[in-house]
Design a protein around this ligand. Structure first.
Ligand code: SAH
Ligand code: SF4
Ligand code: F3S
Length: 460
C-alpha cells in the first residue's frame, strides 16, 4: 500500500510553487497525493505574513489533531508536518503549542524532507525516539532548488517558476527577510532548463517568481553578472513560450533596462504587480520602502511610455503605526490617480520581531474603516478597467474549463479572467475574444472565428 499525502497551502505564490515541488519530490518516492487532509502524511505549508494566517494554522492543526487521534484508534498512523514561513519563524514554539506535530521544517530545507520523514518512520517502527517533534530549520548556503533535482511534471497552460528567494529589503513591517532568509538568485542555466522542461510539457505561459523578483542577480559560469532584464530576454528566446510574466517586483529595482524590456519583448505581458504600500512619503520612509511617491509614479509613467497599454496592480497596507488621516488620504488619492486594474489591500498586522511591531499601534476600528474606504476606491477602479474592455477584441490564453458546461476560462494580457463558450480542444491556445461584459472580477466574451494570433498580440 502506498502512503497518502495531503498538503494544505497558505500564503503567496512562492508557497504554491514550493508545494508543487514537494509533491513532485514525494510522489517520485512513491507517495500518492490525496485530496483529503486525513492522509498518512499531512503537510501544512504555512504563511506568517499577517496574524490571521498564523491563527488559521493553529485552528487547522486542532482539526488535524482529531483526525490523527481517530486514525490511531483504528491502528493507523499519521505524520503531521508544519512547513513554510511559520515553521521558520516559530520553530520550536509550534512543537510546544501543538505537541502532536511530528516535524517542523523551514522553506530552505525541503530537500531534507524524505530523510526526515524516514527518520520519523524508523522511530515509530523501532519504538525508539525521537518521541517528540523534529525541528528542521536553517538557512543552508546551497539553495534547496539545486539539491531537489527532481524533474518537474507539469499539466496545464500557465506555469510558475521560482527564480529568486528571500529578501534583503527589510521593510519595517515585514517578516519575509526573517522567514525566507537573504536574497538568493538561481543560476540562469538552471532556470532555462526548468523553463524548457515546462514548455515541453505543454506550458504556454511562464510566471517568474520571487519575493523580490526584479532584484534577481546571478553569476554566469564565466563570472559575469546576469541581471533580471537579461534573464527575461533569454526566456523570451525559448521555443513555445507565448507569454511571460513576473512577480513580485520592488519599485527600487525597476531599472531602465527592465522598463525597456517591456517595450522590446513581445511575450512580456502588459501587466505589472508593483506594490506601493502607501501613498504618503512619510509612511513610506517609516516603512523603509526606499522610494518616494514621485519616484514610484515616474516609474509608472516610464512603463506607460514603453508599453502604452500596460495595466498596474499593487499591494497596500493601511494603518501602519504612525499613519495619520492625512497620510491615508494621500494613499486614497494615489490609488484614484493611478487607476489600478487590480489591487490587494491589507490592514497592518503587527508581526513579532519586526521594527514596526514595537511602535505605538493604531486602534483596530480606525484601520478597519480605512481599509473599507480604500477598498471602495480600488474596487471602483478595477470595475472601470474591466468595463473599459467591453466591445474590444483581446487575445485570450485559454487555460481550463469553466464552471458551466461548454465554458472555458482564460486570461487577457492584463490578467483579467475571461469566460467564453469554446471547445476544450482550444485549451492552451490564444484566441481572439470579443469582450461583451466587464464585471467586478472577470469578463465575459465570445470567440471571434479568426485565427489572428501573433506573438505580439496584434491582429495579423
Ligand atoms: N515582496 C513583496 C510582497 C511581500 S508580502 C513586496 O515587497 O511587495 C505581500 C504583501 O503583504 C506586501 O506587499 C504587503 O502589502 C503585505 N504585508 C506584508 N507584511 C504585512 C503586515 N505586517 N501587515 C499587513 N500586510 C503586510
Ligand atoms: Fe517584505 Fe519588503 Fe521584502 Fe517585500 S520587499 S518581502 S514587503 S521586506
Ligand atoms: Fe507568507 Fe511566506 Fe509568502 S510569509 S506571503 S508564505 S513568503
Amino acid at each position: 500500500m502506498h502512503k497518502t499525502l495531503h498538503i494544505t497551502t497558505y500564503g503567496c505564490q512562492m508557497n504554491v510553487y514550493d508545494t508543487q515541488r514537494i509533491e513532485e519530490m514525494l510522489t517520485v518516492l512513491g507517495y500518492v497525493l490525496s485530496t483529503k487532509m486525513d492522509a498518512d502524511i499531512a503537510i501544512f505549508n504555512t504563511c506568517q505574513i499577517r496574524e490571521k494566517a498564523e491563527e488559521k494554522l493553529f485552528s487547522d492543526l486542532g482539526r488535524v489533531r482529531l483526525l490523527k487521534e481517530q486514525r490511531k484508534e483504528s491502528g493507523k498512523q499519521m505524520t503531521i508536518v508544519v512547513a513554510g514561513c511559520s515553521a521558520q519563524a516559530l520553530g520550536g514554539h509550534i512543537l510546544k503549542r501543538a505537541p502532536y506535530v511530528d516535524l517542523v521544517v523551514g522553506p530552505q530545507t525541503y530537500d531534507k524532507l524524505p530523510e526526515l520523514l524516514a527518520k520519523i518512520e524508523r522511530a515509530r517502527i523501532s519504538g525508539v525516539g525521537p518521541g517528540q517533534g523534529i525541528l528542521g530549520i536553517g538557512f543552508p548556503k546551497i539553495s534547496k532548488f539545486d539539491k531537489l533535482n527532481v524533474p518537474r511534471g507539469f499539466h496545464g497552460v500557465s506555469a510558475m517558476l521560482s527564480i529568486q528567494e528571500g529578501c534583503n529589503k527589510f521593510c519595517t513591517y515585514c517578516v519575509v527577510p526573517y522567514t525566507r532568509g537573504a536574497e538568493y538568485s538561481r543560476p540562469l542555466e538552471d532556470i532555462l532548463k526548468e523553463a524548457q522542461n515546462l514548455l515541453k510539457q505543454g506550458a504556454k505561459e511562464l510566471t517568474l517568481l520571487g519575493q523580490n523578483v526584479n532584484a534577481y542577480s546571478s553569476q554566469s559560469p564565466k563570472g559575469n553578472t546576469v541581471t533580471f532584464s537579461e534573464l527575461l530576454y533569454r526566456c523570451a528566446e525559448l521555443e513555445g513560450l507565448f507569454r511571460l510574466r513576473y512577480m513580485t517586483s520592488h519599485p527600487r529595482e525597476m531599472t531602465q533596462s527592465l522598463i525597456q524590456a517591456h517595450k522590446e519583448i513581445p511575450q512580456l505581458m502588459p501587466f505589472l504587480h508593483l506594490p506601493v504600500q502607501s501613498g504618503s512619503n512619510r509612511v513610506l520612509q517609516e516603512m523603509n520602502r526606499q522610494y518616494t511617491i514621485l519616484e514610484y509614479e515616474t516609474i509608472l509613467e516610464n512603463l506607460r511610455e514603453a508599453r502604452p497599454d500596460i495595466a498596474f496592480s499593487s499591494d497596500f497596507i493601511v494603518g501602519h503605526p504612525g499613519e495619520s488621516e492625512e497620510d491615508f488620504e494621500q494613499t486614497c488619492q494615489l490609488a484614484a490617480r493611478v487607476g489600478y486594474s487590480q489591487a490587494y489591500s491589507f490592514m497592518y498586522s503587527a508581526r513579532p520581531g519586526t521594527p514596526s511591531a514595537l511602535k505605538s499601534q493604531l486602534p483596530f476600528e480606525i484601520k478597519q474603516h480605512r481599509l473599507y474606504r480604500l477598498q471602495e476606491i480600488l474596487h471602483k477602479s478595477q470595475l472601470a478597467f474591466n468595463i473599459s474592455k467591453q466591445g474590444t477584441c483581446l487575445p485570450v490564453l485559454l487555460e481550463k474549463k469553466g464552471k458551466k458546461t461548454g465554458q472555458l476560462l482564460g486570461k487577457t494580457p492584463y490578467m483579467q479572467s475571461v469566460y467564453v463558450q469554446a471547445s476544450p480542444e482550444l485549451i492552451g491556445s490564444i484566441q481572439w475574444v470579443e469582450i461583451q461584459q466587464g464585471y467586478n472580477n472577470s469578463l465575459a466574451g465570445s470567440l471571434k472565428n479568426r485565427a489572428c494570433y501573433s506573438l505580439n498580440n496584434t491582429v495579423q
